[in-house]
Design a protein around this ligand. Structure first.
Ligand code: AMP
Length: 392
């Protein structure tokens, strides 16, 4: 089967074309600045990079251009079997991936209250694909789904019960497809059954979340009702005393929109450092710039605290797995975190393997390390393609 996966943002559309027979990526790319000037689409098809600069009036325009390119190159005489969509929020009801029906689509749109930045764009992506591929199965894969197994005492906030019930306020968690994928790969890499492992998966990228995976099930995760909670991120604040937010709203005269922008766009690595939201810039400047030093250490210390907490939550941990942009590439973040946990978890890092650049799944701890440490490049698109193929 040839599965097209789509991840629609408000002005972007990421795509992957996957042949499920051998799970190869035939093509991947992104259309950016949809509905704006200076639009462009860039892609990699069979190892060859390409780009077209073209304004796209809407997502339909973007997907049409993408499909024209794919039909000429990656697809040729073959056709897309089905489309798998990444959907940020599945709310309390959506667990497993769903074949999209008008009712499912309506519910995804209604969940915009819980994910105002993501769900409307995801729904738009589904509607666009329905127009371009009439009659073809569309499957929604929810970022929250893997976390449906979190027990009530771990997803409950200390807020009035009636209000939480009324507005469906609780921890949902995100990056579920990634956490599940890397947990499964970790078990394969260690050649141990998943249902015998206590894994802490650290998805550290522009957005970051850490998950406690016990016997293959998510039992706690750092993101909450929205993807703001948890460790500090590129421009998102992570966990902050709610009192600090009230103070900022009062003193800076900010309404909900204003505080939302501050917490989502001006905080995190960018907010603390004043330098950049990209960890590469922070790492480069941290020897000479004390704000960058502080930013790096605040990030790493936050990760250490979540790992300690989740080791307690699971009454132990067998393996810590790093993934996503920072987790896969930043050897200094991994080294800081692992060295800080040396005594508590008996971690011994294999410095040579940690420092080597690689795109492969790898164990970066020594054979005698009490807790294993792995790096697994995430592949959410492959997971979405697998789910889609399974459902159709
Ligand atoms: P993602 O959201 O998973 O694509 O991750 C993107 C983020 O990963 C970037 O904003 C950087 O902060 C970080 N990143 C990527 N490559 C590196 C690297 N070589 N060293 C440190 N951080 C990196």
């Amino acid at each position: 089967m040839i599965i097209l996966t789509l991840n629609a943002g408000s002005s972007s559309l990421k795509f992957n074309l996957i042949d499920t027979a051998d799970e190869t990526a035939l093509a991947d790319g992104i259309a950016e600045r949809i509905g704006l000037s200076d639009g462009f689409i860039r892609w990699t098809i069979q190892g060859e990079k390409g780009r077209v600069d073209q304004d796209m009036k809407d997502h339909k325009d973007a997907l049409k251009t993408i499909m024209d390119e794919l039909r000429k190159t990656a697809l040729k005489d073959r056709d897309v079997t089905a489309v798998g969509h990444r959907v940020a929020h599945g709310g309390p009801h959506f667990g497993d991936p769903m074949l999209v029906t008008p009712k499912v689509l309506q519910e995804i749109e209604e969940l915009a209250a819980l994910a105002p930045l993501h769900n409307p764009a995801n729904a738009l992506g589904i509607k666009t694909a329905m127009e371009i591929f009439p009659g073809k199965p569309q499957v929604a894969v929810f970022d929250t789904a893997f976390h449906n197994s979190i027990p009530d005492y771990a997803y409950t906030y200390g807020l009035p019960k009636e209000l939480c019930a009324k507005y469906e306020i609780r921890r949902y968690g995100f990056h579920g497809t990634s956490h599940r994928y890397v947990a499964e790969r970790t078990a394969l890499l260690l050649a141990k059954p998943l249902d015998m492992l206590k894994i802490i998966t650290c998805h550290l990228g522009n957005g970051s979340s850490i998950t406690a995976v016990n016997k293959g099930k998510s039992v706690d995760t750092s993101m909450g009702l929205t993807p703001l909670e948890g460790v500090i991120m590129g421009t998102r604040c992570g966990s902050v005393d709610a009192g600090a937010i009230i103070t900022l709203m009062e003193k800076e005269n900010l309404d909900a929109k204003g505080i939302n922008a501050l917490l989502n766009k001006q905080s995190g690595l960018l907010g603390i450092s004043g330098v950049s939201s990209d960890l590469r810039d922070i790492e480069e400047s941290r020897a000479s710039n004390d704000s960058s030093r502080l930013t790096f250490e605040t990030l790493c210390y936050g990760i250490v605290k979540y790992i300690g907490a989740y080791a307690a939550a699971m009454d132990g941990v067998d393996v810590i797995t790093f993934t996503a942009g920072i987790g896969e590439n930043s050897n200094s973040t991994r080294a800081w975190v692992c060295n800080r946990l040396r005594n508590l978890l008996g971690i011994e890092l294999n410095e040579a393997v940690n420092n080597a650049r690689s795109k492969e799944d790898r164990i970066i701890s020594t054979p005698s390390s009490r807790t294993a440490v792995c790096v697994i490049p995430t592949n959410e698109e492959l997971m979405i393609a697998r789910y889609t193929a399974k459902l159709v």
